[in-house]
Design a protein around this ligand. Sequence first.
Ligand code: WTA
Length: 629
Amino acid sequence: MRIQTFEQYQEAYNQSVEDPEGFWAEIAQQFTWRKPWKKVLNWNFNEGVTKWFEGGELNITENALDRHLAERGEQSAIIWEPNDPDERSVEISYRVLHDRVCRFANVLKKHGVQKGDRVCIYLPMVPELAVAVLACARIGAIHSVVFGGFSAKSIADRINDAQCGMVITSDGAFRGPKVIPMKETVDDALEQCNSVKNVIVMARTRTPVSMLKGRDLWWEEEVKHVDSICPAEPMNAEDPLFILYTSGSTGKPKGVVHTCGGYMVYATYTFTNVFQYEPGEVHFCTADIGWITGHSYIVYGPLCSGATSLIFEGVPTFPDASRYWKIVEKHKVNILYTAPTAIRSLMGYGLHFVKDHDLSSLTKLGSVGEPINQEAWHWFKINIGRNICPLVDTWWQTETGGIMIAPLAGITPEKPSFATLPLPGVQPVLVDENGNVLEGNGVSGNLCIKFPWPGIIRTIYGDQLRNKQTYFSTYEGMYFTGDGCLRDEDGYYRITGRVDDVLNVSGHRIGTAEVENAINMHLGVVESAIVGYPHDIKGQGIYAFIITDQKPEDPEMFRKGIAATVSRIIGPIAKPDKIQFVSGLPKTRSGKIMRRILRKISEGQFDSLGDTSTLLDPAVVEEIKEGAL
Ligand code: WTA
């Protein structure tokens, strides 16, 4: 499955375009299937429908666990590094992980969870999170992991959308110096959900929590009373594996659905190739399992490849900014996969946090989630990668299931701030606003993909029409990514950022409409508009322009109140960085907010506001400029 030279890359790429079905069939054959597929690919982008390996049967946990037992049963599958460096880290072998997953799968079954049922998982970065995910997959239940930073309301919305019957959580979470309530947040969420029959609570912080008789169960108790044998449920390749909610430019978050066969093939293929994974290597992906990066490159990709995957519970700056480097040294990490926002933040603390740590185990570095600026790229490569580790800038999305455009570590010639070339099997195209395909090199446009790959989104849970409209209707016959992109003279791709109303704050996707809706719920707010502005560490910060019903008496207090409302409705990750009170917003005569102008003002580019003559009230622009923060 692994490509080893640039010539092989080119050959594989050509083969993947000439004979995509043959290309993917060859890769898929390397997995354990219960029943072979009847048809490799069935697709219709006009309808937003894609099916891979139809008729095939498998269980992803047999690929992630069982098939490794004979050869590497005693090898660590997971290394867990707790938040507090003084607490002992834990290593879990493939054999023990298999045992724990089977036990927990039996707990789920005992409480009535069946194939196709939805299970919400709201846990900190503890091994139990991976166990819970895999236990769902074992019995064919569809997991919906919700990132620990989301509010009770966000959890409730996600539980209700998917009609989850079970929630798995912990009493609390350790995050740097803080203890964060988890069960309590779930309890608040459940006041608005009636589909949930049981909550399983893992004890992490030993914080006292309310436990409702007949509904709430302790993880530790439950696993004592079940068998450690749990046969894997045979799944159709196109049965859903999980739902993961992500923000779009409009409305409520979308439940992106991935399926068992294609997702497994794609997550594993990309993991082995992009990181050039060698048996025995320790892989440390710093993302949270609550995001797609954690699903694909902490859990499924590495485990299906038989790798050792490191799960870190804490934050990069606790107890100080040397934490990642201490972890690398302590666990002899080989592959470090992180986000530009983390790199920029650690860069700011200075090199004395890096020096004195033995980073010689590192063989490969990776970056994901947002564009990486040249400075951060070089800092990472030189100071962490000793200028010898390949650095892969990987572009992809929740909807793509796995990495799409990236160098193969050590094989594809790198270019700072470029995701470089598409992986074999990925056919990117750039289109202009009118949908014309831009041929040749040295062009910029909107990034689309014209042919399916096995990891592509299958549907939005419960809303196939929205799937079709969001991704397959902007440009006919193509999947539209929402990203802008440059293809330079060498044919290298550089992702320039979202072209829709989606922000990327510290690598987290945030929809402007969602934040505006939350702000508008605050007492005294009449209307608001959100834009992203360049932020040194976060990549983008959130700038809010807000009209209030009367001039705020204590603006600072008002700002804090608005931030609290956003935290409560969405979660702390969506809090605005800057709030400017305005008396009006720049609108067209048809009432549309001209975000382009607000974006320029937030960037301080007052001279390049463009044509403002079509505005309903051009004077409002002058006022906003004067009050800009
Ligand atoms: C952005 C994260 C530039 C992009 C895996 C995309 C990137 C969105 C890169 C998806 C990269 C991700 N360079 N931009 N290497 N990787 N993005 O769904 O705008 O959380 O559309 O998936 O992040 O974010 P998501």
